[in-house]
Design a protein around this ligand. Sequence first.
Ligand code: HEM
Length: 180
Amino acid sequence: MYGMVNRSIERMVVADHGEDFWERVKRDAGVDVEVFISHEGYSDQLTYALLGALSEIEGTPLSEVLVRFGIHWAVVTAQEGYPDLMAAGGRDLREFLINLPEFHSRVSMVLPHLQPPEFACSDVAERSLRLHYRSGRAGLAPFVLGLVKGLGQIYETAVEVEPVASKAAGADHDEFLVRW
Ligand code: HEM
């Protein structure tokens, strides 16, 4: 993954717990990188190791860490780093979600080596829809849940995200019922 993902984890951890705690997360994860470069590629394993170590040291389940990171990614990293891309995503939460399947193709213009997730929407109604998420990467469904919550914060819209199918539990892909 692009280094900006690890930088974003670093920023969240330092904000929550301070610099020393972040150094401990890296040490426990076996990560020997002083500074992550945003536009450089790093192994997915490194990112998983950082999140796993954070979960261990905090004593927080990994799924909760991923939800928190999803909110942080949307509200802080995406909003501050790419305000124009985010604004082009839609005028409200509903529109953003409907446009989400195309979102990362625009991101790919800035980040050509992106290996993006795949999204699709179905059952689109005025105040709800089903969001389908597919990825070659495992275990990131709680990250998606956090991202959608973060989008709710961005659009100041109360949103509920309910996982209704899980790849980890044998379904074809992850699916969420999103209501606002
Ligand atoms: C401008 C804002 C955004 C940028 C720059 C961005 C960029 C990225 C990057 C760099 C990755 C790591 C993958 C890689 O490096 O190959 C990623 C992954 C991901 N992004 Fe985005 N993203 C943005 C917004 C969003 C939003 C709003 C959502 C969903 C609501 C989202 C969903 C995901 C998911 C689920 C992954 C995990 C990868 C996977 O599932 O395989 N992203 N994105």
